[in-house]
Design a protein around this ligand. Structure first.
Ligand code: T46
Length: 135
């Protein structure tokens, strides 16, 4: 399966503008327990971690941002720049976010509540967990 899994959402546009809607179960392969947004982003990478269980769907609802995903053996990247295109980020995927445009706003739908113990913030530990040599 490709590392970069994109979910395309339909636009309901008319003379008044555009509308995009996301429905749990229909568009997203997990129940949404949390939504958060990233904005006022500095010229500094974010992410640089993996999650043990958490699954997420990330949208760049304004501006653009480059995501790198890494499953421990492969690495791939995609630039998000449309509110209609979501990037699915499964568990045990290392993610990095780079090159935020000045107007970048990222919205993330998450399968779990915030839990710092679910994060793997060290790349060597991430590789050990993938290989099954660390808990
Ligand atoms: C991810 C990428 C795409 C909370 O208290 N609650 C939350 O729901 C979140 C997401 C973060 N925080 C706290 C934890 C840190 O003290 O906010 C601070 C910044 O979080 P972090 O350094 O993890 O932010 P990013 O932008 O590197 O990563 C975030 C998500 O944490 C992460 O799950 O996949 O966005």
């Amino acid at each position: 399966m490709s590392l970069i899994q994109l979910i395309e959402l339909p636009i309901f546009g008319d003379g008044r503008g555009d509308l995009v809607s996301i429905e749990a179960s229909k568009h997203i392969p997990f129940d949404i327990k949390r939504v958060y947004c990233l904005f006022n982003l500095a010229d500094h990478p974010r992410g640089m971690h993996s999650h043990r269980q958490l699954q997420q769907l990330a949208f760049c609802v304004h501006g653009s941002c480059r995501f790198i995903l890494d499953n421990g053996t492969e690495r791939d990247e995609v630039t998000l720049s449309r509110p209609t295109q979501g990037l699915l980020i499964g568990n045990l995927i290392w993610r990095e976010m780079h090159d935020f445009s000045d107007d970048c706003v990222i919205m993330v739908l998450a399968s779990e509540h915030y839990d710092e113990s679910d994060y793997i913030r060290d790349y060597t530990t991430f590789q050990d967990v993938i290989r099954g040599t660390a808990g």
